[in-house]
Structures are given as structure tokens and as C-alpha cells.
Design a protein around this ligand. Structure first.
Ligand SMILES: *Cc1c(COP(=O)(O)O)cnc(C)c1O
Length: 505
């Protein structure tokens, strides 16, 4: 039974009873959890894992070598319930910390088809329709961004981290116009990347991986909303050149992870052009605004980017991974092209077999485009746009609630779907406020009551710790968000009184 395969005409019959077990386990686990996250400390949950997974196997195979783990036919049902119980569930209205979306059921069902068939996009003969479908979806997404689909190109990625790496890699290769891929960096060149203080940390990581060093990234100051200061960008570029550096890329963030701020895209495009630098727009979060008529104008100017990151596993309601990388001009992809004689031989290509191999950093690659294509066909841009607007409305409502609550302080008006704020303890000491906010968030986690984000504003010194709601559940109501904020206030009071927040209270 358990060695049956998922594909072929009989695959569905093999899957059906197993899916029944999975669905029953999901329900039982969620009912037992009855909240956004299981109550308890990390070590308590780790102990349960040891018992349920490792310990269970060890008990069955006592006295035998570990390789002889005993078979357990009902492992799927048992472990699915265990996983569901032990998950932070973004479908719960009180789970609102990260850009961690509750996936649409239709997207998950589509992804099941992909798992069952297992197409791999490194060669056409492993993925005939999936290959063309990814190309077609990317043309549609290029048009959404405002690129000419006939000129543009792209690929599905693991997310913004990989997309940012690809954007900066192409920037390096294009701007330095040298055979960096073959010879490494040319001598004497000091490549520099300009990104705001609030840009995603993967920009620094990418610079390190590309052999430029993390210090090649110059942090441009931001305003209170964490939006890049356009005058500061101009100044930073001028300074870079004066100091003998070569600005290879300007990274503009369209939707910072914390505040959703959108950097000044037109100014970034003008300045990048003036200095011969590549413009990469990191729209991993804010790209979802393109789905909404109300919010799309925030991203005006994104079509001037050389490359763009979009994440459909954030404001797109897809199960991870659903990252998208796009370039405005397909020819700028040249340095990534690869020929592997067993995957994309030249004679196959001449005979009309397309290959996506040279568009990705990866080889084996899942058909993540399929769930996005199914979701777009099912709901249309307008249907997805309504989900974006619902989450934006929730953020505006949450900000109003914070403004009316004297124990809370709003950091800035929401831009997309996040709200940054803090609890104000009676003591006005900034370090005490930081400790109180950090501790109240952990108290809510321990009690299994709420999953609230925690971040720090850029700068130095105490008083910068903030809480954050990332509202990505379009079915959450304003009342539920108000109740979550009331829970934050209650936890803050308990922490101030030095009480442990009673579990399951
Ligand atoms: C989430 C995020 C990333 C990283 O994306 P992953 O999909 O997690 O790799 C990059 N940039 C921004 C602005 C993000 O919000």
C-alpha cells in the first residue's frame, strides 16, 4: 500500500485514502490547538517532537541499529495531526506576525497536482506543459509590472532572497561588462550597491555571495515611514563615485518588510540611469499592490526597473515557495545561460525544444508557476485585488484602534497591510519599554494566545523596539483585530505587574 505511486491513472486511487487521513489529521490538529499557535515553551514542544518522531521510532526499534527503524503504517495520520497541532496557523486571525500568508485552498489543491506529477523545469522532457505554462505566466506577470512581455524574461524562484541575488548578479555582470562569471571580479574595481537602511537583509547576503562583500552595500537613510530619502540617495551616489567606487546597482524596496513603505521609484530610476547603475526593485511584499486598483498607483515607476522581485507567497496567498524574478530585457540574462549536454543540447533547441535552464540558478525545479496560474484563472486579478484591499482595510482599521488606545502608540500610518506600534508601559524609560514589548510578545506566544511581530526601528540606542501586525488574512474581521490589540494591552499590563500570562486563560 505505502509503496504505491502518485502518478498515472491509478495514482488518484492511491492518494484518495491517504488524503482522507491528511484531511482528518489537519482538522483534529487544528481543533486540539484551538488557537494561532500551540501554548508552551520551545523546549516543551521540542520534547514532544523527540517523543512523537524520534522517540517513537527509537521505542519501536529498541535494541536494533537505527537503520532498522520499524515501519508504522499509520505514521501519516498521526504525524499530520501532530504537525497541525504544532503549527503557527496564519489562517487564525490572531496569527499576524510575519509576511506568512494563509494559503488559498485552491492554490494548495493545485500544488498537490504538481507534487503528484513532479514536473521538473530543468528540461522540456521532464515538464512539457509546465515549461510553456511558466513562460506564459511570466509574460502575464511582466505585463502586470508594466514591462513589454515580448522583451521581458523571468523565472520562478524560492522567494525574494533568491530573486534579489539574481537581480544583483545580473547587475554585476551587466555593469562591469566583464567576464565575471569566468574570471572573477576585474582588478581595481570597487563595485557598490545602494539600498536603503530598511532594505531586506538578503541584499547584503547577496553582495557577499557575489564576491563583492557585505560592505559593498551602502545604506541610504530613510524617513520615519522607512522610505528611502531621495536626496540622500543622490548624495550617496555622488559620494560613492568621489570615493572611487562603481555604483553597479540601486535597490529600491517597494514595500519594506516592516512598514510597507515604497521607495521613490522614479527618483531611483533617474539616478540609476544617470550613474549607469542597474535598478533592482524589491517588490517581494509590495508587488501584491499591483493586483489592487486602489494600491497599484503606489508602485508607479516599477516598469522602469531592470529587474524586479515579486513574492506570491506573501500578498498572493500561495503556499511557499512562489517567488518570481523578472527582467525588463531578456538579453540582460546572458551571463546565466548554461548548456548541459544532457538537459538542453543545442540540436534539441534547434529542433524547437525550449529550455528554461539558463534562466535559473537552480537545476531541479518545481512547477511553482502552476498554483499561481490556477489562482489567477480562478479569481482573476480583480478577485485577488479584493483580497489585497480587505487586508489594507484591516490595517487602516487596526491603526485607528491603536490611535484610540492610550496604552498603545502608532509608529506611522499603514501603507500596505502592516501596522507598526508599541505598548506604552507606565514607566517612560525607553529601555524598559523595549523590554516590556519584547516580553509581552513572548508571553502571548507562550500562552498560545497570539503571534505578533516584533521589530526594531533603524538607528542606535534604546526605545526602538516595536510590535507589528502583518495582516494577510482577508477573512479576518475588524473586531478580531481589535480583540488581538486588546490582548496585547492585557499582556503588557501583566508583564508590567510581573505576572506570568496565564496559559489558556
Ligand atoms: C520577504 C522579503 C524578502 C525575502 O523573501 P523570501 O521569499 O523570504 O526569500 C525580500 N525582500 C522583502 C522586501 C521582503 O519582504
Amino acid at each position: 500500500m505505502s509503496t504505491r505511486l502518485s502518478g498515472g491513472a491509478d495514482g488518484p486511487d492511491a492518494l484518495r485514502p491517504l488524503l482522507e487521513q491528511v484531511l482528518a489529521g489537519l482538522r483534529a490538529g487544528a481543533e486540539r490547538r484551538a488557537g494561532p499557535i500551540p501554548a508552551g515553551r520551545p523546549e516543551e514542544l521540542a520534547e514532544q517532537v523527540a517523543e512523537q518522531v524520534a522517540g517513537h521510532l527509537a521505542a519501536q526499534s529498541a535494541g536494533q541499529a537505527p537503520a532498522a527503524f520499524a515501519a508504522e503504517p499509520d505514521a501519516l495520520a498521526r504525524l499530520t495531526e501532530f504537525l497541525a497541532h504544532g503549527s503557527a496557523d496564519p489562517a487564525d486571525p490572531a496569527c499576524a506576525a510575519h509576511l506568512h500568508c494563509p494559503p488559498l485552498a485552491v492554490a494548495v489543491a493545485a500544488d498537490l497536482a504538481v507534487s503528484a506529477l513532479n514536473p521538473s523545469l530543468d528540461s522540456w522532457d521532464q515538464a512539457p506543459v509546465a515549461t510553456s505554462l511558466e513562460t506564459a505566466l511570466l509574460a502575464e506577470l511582466a505585463a502586470l509590472v508594466g514591462f513589454d512581455p515580448a522583451e521581458a524574461a523571468g523565472v520562478l524562484t524560492s522567494g525574494g532572497t533568491e530573486s534579489n541575488l539574481m537581480g544583483l548578479m545580473l547587475a554585476r555582470d551587466q555593469v562591469l561588462a566583464a567576464e565575471v562569471e569566468l574570471d572573477g571580479l576585474p582588478a581595481g574595481v570597487r563595485p557598490r550597491i545602494l539600498a536603503s537602511q530598511a532594505a531586506h537583509f538578503s541584499v547584503q547576503r547577496a553582495a557577499a555571495l557575489l564576491g563583492l562583500g557585505e560592505r559593498a552595500v551602502r545604506a541610504v537613510p530613510v524617513d520615519r515611514e522607512l522610505r528611502m530619502d531621495p536626496a540622500a540617495l543622490a548624495e550617496a551616489l555622488a559620494d560613492t563615485v568621489r570615493e572611487g567606487g562603481t555604483p553597479i546597482a540601486v535597490v529600491a524596496t517597494a514595500g519594506t518588510t516592516d512598514t510597507g513603505a515604497v521607495d521613490p521609484l522614479h527618483t531611483a530610476a533617474d539616478l540609476a540611469a544617470e550613474y549607469g547603475a542597474w535598478l533592482h526593485v524589491d517588490a517581494a511584499y509590495g508587488g501584491g499592490a499591483l493586483l489592487s486598483d486602489r494600491l497599484a498607483p503606489l508602485l508607479d515607476g516599477i516598469a522602469r526597473a531592470d529587474s524586479v522581485s515579486l513574492d506570491w507567497h506573501k500578498l498572493g496567498w500561495q503556499p511557499a515557495a512562489a517567488g518570481v524574478f523578472l527582467v525588463r530585457r531578456a538579453r540582460t540574462y546572458a551571463s546565466l545561460a548554461r548548456r548541459a549536454v544532457y538537459l538542453n543540447p543545442a540540436d534539441d533547441e534547434r529542433a524547437g525544444y525550449p529550455s528554461l535552464l539558463g534562466l535559473s540558478l537552480r537545476t531541479t525545479r518545481r512547477a511553482d508557476a502552476f498554483k499561481i496560474a490556477v489562482t489567477l484563472r480562478t479569481l482573476g486579478r480583480a478577485g485577488l485585488g479584493r483580497l489585497v484591499d480587505s487586508c489594507h482595510d484591516l490595517a487602516l482599521g487596526a491603526a485607528d484602534t491603536v490611535r484610540r488606545e492610550p496604552a498603545l502608540e502608532l509608529h506611522c500610518a499603514p501603507v500596505l497591510t502592516t501596522v507598526v506600534f508599541r505598548y506604552l508601559p507606565a514607566s517612560g524609560d525607553p529601555a524598559a519599554a523595549d523590554r516590556c514589548n519584547a516580553e509581552l510578545r513572548r508571553a502571548l506566544l507562550r500562552a498560545g494566545r497570539a503571534v505578533v511581530g516584533r521589530t526594531e526601528l533603524p538607528g542606535e540606542g534604546p526605545g526602538r523596539v516595536r510590535l507589528k501586525l502583518t495582516l494577510l488574512n482577508p477573512h479576518t474581521t475588524g473586531e478580531q483585530v481589535a480583540a488581538l490589540l486588546a490582548e496585547v494591552v492585557r499582556a503588557g499590563r501583566a508583564v508590567e505587574r510581573g505576572e506570568e500570562w496565564a496559559e489558556g486563560e
